[in-house]
Design a protein around this ligand. Sequence first.
Ligand SMILES: Cc1cc2nc3c(=O)[nH]c(=O)nc-3n(C[C@H](O)[C@H](O)[C@H](O)COP(=O)(O)OP(=O)(O)OC[C@H]3O[C@@H](n4cnc5c(N)ncnc54)[C@H](O)[C@@H]3O)c2cc1C
Length: 385
Amino acid sequence: MKLSEEIVAIQDMAKKFVQKEILPRVEDDEREHRFQGDIVRKMGELGFFGCPIPEAYGGSGLGFLAHAVVTEEIAKISGSLRAAFNMQTMGNAREIFQYGTDEQKEAYVGKFVSAEYLGCIGITESNAGSDVASMKTKAEKRGDRYILNGSKTWITYAQVADAGVVYAYTDPSKPYKGMSAFIVDLHAKGVSTGPTAQKLGWQACPTGELFFDDVEVPVENLLGGEEGRGFTLCMGSLNNTRLTAAAGGVGAAQGLVDEAIKYAKEREQFGRPIGEYQMVQEELARMVVETEAARLLTYRCAMQKDDGVLNNALETSMAKYYACDVASRVADGALRILGAYGYSSEYPVERMLRDAKLPQILEGSANILKMVIATDALGYRKANR
Ligand SMILES: Cc1cc2nc3c(=O)[nH]c(=O)nc-3n(C[C@H](O)[C@H](O)[C@H](O)COP(=O)(O)OP(=O)(O)OC[C@H]3O[C@@H](n4cnc5c(N)ncnc54)[C@H](O)[C@@H]3O)c2cc1C
């Protein structure tokens, strides 16, 4: 697919950034579980987080396809850093730009784009995963503020974020319709965090719990200025974060394909490079084709959004479901091609495989997306509403 000159230019910039800033330290940072805040800030300065944001709010206005292309480049080498494209862009800057009041856009969008503020997204709770509407966090209006109480779990950047969009019930008697979204200052009194979660991959990306104990949130921070729209805004935001996840899946898969090709050409057994054996070629062919198919679904989804079709939940679900499944399958293929060295932390495939398993869970599990796709196909519930 031919990309515009502007997109190729930012893609090249991302490729160079990966080589110069990320590659030399990615393995150490992951091994040491070290958050790469300095890299995230540099990515902000270079405009990596501003593609789907107009210039008036600190972005470049290059669009969703550019966002997907840049995300893919970073994801080829690091899942932990690809997370930033949702913490900074889709889950905060873009969400506030899309749904916020003029004052909210003015106050926050540019700060997330530049990474002056690190963001987080507060949806999941210990008993509310896929079933978002079962969340228990509450926000009670008292005068000119809301009092926020509850807790969130599995929150990316919980320990390092400055602010984020947090979902809570303003009217718990109304499932779905009683939910609202807030821009919450995470340095406010009453906000605390739990220990960093111990997890399989994305080790350089902190994840954890957020606790809200009588946190005062000014009424001006009710996203969009209207109560009861939280669930709708959350689904709208997920429809954007899932594009990033899809692009992340494509990048992860491509990174693994690249490693497998390199190894298959170098490694000799029975007197020949293993890449010359048909069964290795069969594995590799599947990996290459599935990655390319995932890329096309992802780019189609991004281009639709660039054409102004923002409610393309069907195409977004297809892209996210497929690309993230492909990343996981391609990781298994790369492991087979590398054999023992795929299982060894001497080679990046071991880390990349662990990282490639996460996207199937995040931002809508594979099952939830298949439900959206199948119920649309069956005519039970239209996805693009
Ligand atoms: C590293 C990491 C970072 C994360 N970052 C964030 C973040 O920044 N912000 C945030 O809010 N959340 C975050 N999450 C949470 C993530 O979004 C949830 O894990 C996800 O929504 C799934 O919820 P769950 O894990 O509770 O699984 P569950 O909802 O309990 O699902 C468990 C299994 O059951 C299946 N299942 C559930 N319901 C159905 C159904 N109706 N039909 C068929 N199958 C079903 C699921 O597909 C899954 O396979 C993060 C999670 C991880 C692991």
